[in-house]
Design a protein around this ligand. Structure first.
Ligand SMILES: *Cc1c(COP(=O)(O)O)cnc(C)c1O
Length: 418
């Protein structure tokens, strides 16, 4: 087995006692491979972000909700967010108590509210309209609201979730209306949360956004928590030595602000963050197989079995993922060339990497798409009636085990009603 081009995974001993070609042969491709050690390390990084004894990290499972991974994350002492009844359900299955789950919902119906209320999870609402609906369903209850602090961040306009160009949160100028509704329905405001966007690599906007939420929070006396949001980025361009987010610096500045605020508020409440990507992204490499190599009008295409039904980020957000190459035997790749790596879906936009300089690729090569653990499997679909891939975990002891089986053809027909 040759690791043709594999600086990152080799450096991390990503595959433990096994190797990517053996995994592809045993489990088939495409295949999401996770590394438990890396997952645990990332949980610990963020648990240690802030020095404050009531600091809580809520993992946001929309980045990846494999039940086995949720159990590991829970074992590391993280709590959980949920964005849907399904995520509440899976968090409970992973062993969380309802009180450890914060349901941050957006435009939900009465049924969903009732499911959440009956589950006993904490609930944050996203508009005055939803606060009113909640108040009618659960008068006298406890509730939090999501603030739009007027500052956004993120790698793409689709994932900037605060500021003036997004559907999320309640504007600061509407806070008096929040108070009125709280009174009208005798609700207790237990928390304020925000989430400004996904994938920042400098802490500047995140820090700036805390000013406003802390100011608003001072106006409420019975708060139990303030949730500053997720969005912590990871370097997707590791082969080009992209720098990591400086957690030490960000953590220190956040700790200072929290200490100051707490002194003014007069009591120690919980401070939360809600990361998804940072926890899981780097714990996975997606393996695929090269099925065809061809030239079309001057562009060299590497045709793989990783369609955008398997990993949609490049097609949806123009995201970059580093790529490694593994080969069972034979051919060295002694020259580099610029290629377009594509999948097997019937759309021209089905591109994994647009113009990427890589060592020469051949049919039957295995490619590894790095940092695919966040918004990878969780956004996969059966588009083109393709099967969603299997997921395997390289455990801390180096062993490998299946943690989700591949779809079968029968699964495709399974939900039709005759
Ligand atoms: C998606 C989401 C997160 C997690 O975002 P990451 O960028 O993956 O850290 C946190 N909070 C809310 C409300 C979200 O919607």
């Amino acid at each position: 087995m040759n690791y043709i081009y594999s600086i990152i995974s080799t450096g991390k001993n990503f595959y433990g006692d096994t190797d990517p070609v053996a995994l592809a042969e045993e489990f088939g491709t495409p295949l999401y491979v996770y590394n438990e050690n890396i997952l645990r390390k990332r949980c610990r990084d963020l648990k240690g972000l802030i020095s404050y004894d009531k600091f809580v990290v809520n993992y946001s499972p929309k980045a990846n909700s494999n039940l086995e991974l949720l159990k590991i994350i829970r074992d590391e002492g993280l709590r959980a967010d949920a964005m849907s009844p399904g995520e509440i359900f899976l968090n409970l299955k992973a062993g969380y108590q309802p009180g450890e789950i914060l349901y941050i919902c957006n435009n939900v119906g009465e049924d969903e509210f009732l499911y959440a209320i009956q589950s006993g999870v904490n609930i944050s609402v996203d508009s005055l309209s939803q606060l009113e609906m909640f108040g009618k369903l659960n008068p006298g209850g406890e509730v939090a609201f999501r603030l739009n602090p007027g500052v956004g961040a993120g790698h793409h306009e689709k994932v900037r979730t605060a500021g003036s160009k997004t559907k999320f949160g309640i504007e600061m100028k509407l806070v008096p209306h929040v108070k009125k509704l709280l009174k009208e329905y005798n609700l207790k405001l237990i928390g304020i949360n925000q989430h400004i966007g996904s994938l920042f690599l400098t802490g500047e906007a995140y820090l700036r956004s805390t000013v406003n939420i802390l100011k608003v929070a001072r106006e409420f006396e019975e708060l139990e928590f303030i949730d500053l949001g997720g969005g912590f980025g990871i370097p997707y361009k590791k082969q080009a030595k992209e720098e990591r987010l400086d957690l030490r610096d960000l953590g220190k500045k956040l700790s200072d602000r929290i200490a100051k605020w707490t002194a003014g508020y007069g009591k120690k409440i919980e401070f939360m963050i809600e990361p998804g990507r940072y926890i899981v992204a780097e714990s996975s490499i997606l393996l695929g197989r090269v099925n065809a190599v061809k030239s079309n009008y001057g562009i060299k295409y590497i045709g793989t079995d990783i369609g955008f039904n398997v990993l949609v980020r490049p097609a949806m957000y123009d995201s970059h993922h580093d790529i490694e190459i593994y080969r069972k035997e034979g051919e060295p790749s002694d020259h580099e060339e610029t290629v377009r790596i594509v999948g097997n879906i019937c759309e021209t936009g089905d591109i994994i990497a647009k113009d990427r300089k890589l060592p020469e690729l051949f049919e039957k090569d295995i490619i590894g798409i790095l940092d695919s653990g966040a918004y990878g499997f969780s956004m996969s679909s059966n588009y083109n009636n393709r099967l969603r891939p299997a997921e395997v975990l390289v455990e801390a002891n180096g062993n490998c085990r299946l943690i989700r089986r591949r779809d079968t053809l029968e699964d495709l027909a399974g939900k039709f009603v005759e």
